[in-house]
Design a protein around this ligand. Structure first.
Ligand code: PXP
Length: 241
């Protein structure tokens, strides 16, 4: 069975937009776990636009499944990860202006630095994954630096799925090939980004997937699954006056 990791950054985005202390990412963790999530992903960005330092430690204290800590490979965040000791870390590229993580990490371009980071994290018993595009040379570089896992960026596939089924199939073929290469290199194979209730079906057909990390589509779906009750609850209060 393919595992589901739920990314709850989007709960924190909502909270930060209003500068409130709700909705609480910690509360989201327990709801996701109750619903069967196998792990929870949080991304502590350098600009702290959604998840905050206090969330990270609070969630680590209370999580019952596995904490997957998404992070840029910069000294400040690496030091936090070493202190936090999550179950796993997913190293991602980070640009200040981006809306979300656009494109995979260039492992080849910073191989020796990343090798050091991987080693430091693994010495603390943390499983290290690299968020990369479906490219053979990047997968090879991940194996070279002895990462434990790769997470393939499915954003390109998800975008093409909306516009050209044919091109989406081409991208899907690359992801399938990556799964095979991961297996040959003893790398755990995960995938994620932009996956939703429709485009995930093709991805699920791929053999050797350990886990899919999905955030936005689940949180967006939750809004409409919950909106009716939320309005009814308020209406019930007002109707007594
Ligand atoms: N995996 C990684 C490494 C990501 O950066 C993200 C987005 O934060 C996701 C998975 C989840 O993507 P989405 O929110 O589009 O489902």
């Amino acid at each position: 069975m393919i595992k589901l990791g739920v990314n709850i950054d989007h709960i924190a985005t909502l909270r930060q937009a209003r500068g409130e202390n709700f909705p609480s990412p910690l509360k989201a963790v327990s709801i996701c776990e109750k619903a069967g999530a196998n792990s929870i992903t949080i991304h502590l960005r350098e600009d702290r636009r959604h998840i905050q330092d206090r969330d990270v430690f609070e969630i680590k204290e209370n999580i019952r499944t596995k904490l997957n800590f998404e992070m840029a490979a910069c000294d400040e965040i690496v030091n936090i990860a070493l202190k936090l000791q999550p179950y796993s870390v997913c190293i991602v590229p980070e640009k200040r202006q981006e809306i979300t993580t656009e494109g995979g990490l260039d492992v080849i371009g910073q191989k020796s630095y990343l090798q050091e980071v991987v080693k430091k994290l693994q010495n603390k018993g943390i499983i290290v994954s690299m968020f990369i595009d479906a490219q053979e040379k990047q997968i090879q570089a991940c194996a070279d630096i002895k990462a434990n896992a790769i997470e393939i960026h499915t954003g390109k596939y998800a975008n093409l799925f909306k516009t050209s089924k044919e091109k989406a199939q081409e991208e899907l073929a690359k992801i399938k090939e990556s799964a095979l290469l991961a297996k040959q290199n003893n790398l755990i194979f995960n995938a994620g980004h932009g996956l939703d209730y429709n485009n995930v079906l093709n991805i699920c057909e791929i053999k050797n997937i350990n886990e899919l990390n999905i955030g936005f589509s689940i949180i967006a779906q939750a809004v409409f699954d919950g909106l009716e009750k939320a309005v009814m609850d308020m209406k019930k209060i007002l109707s007594q006056y």
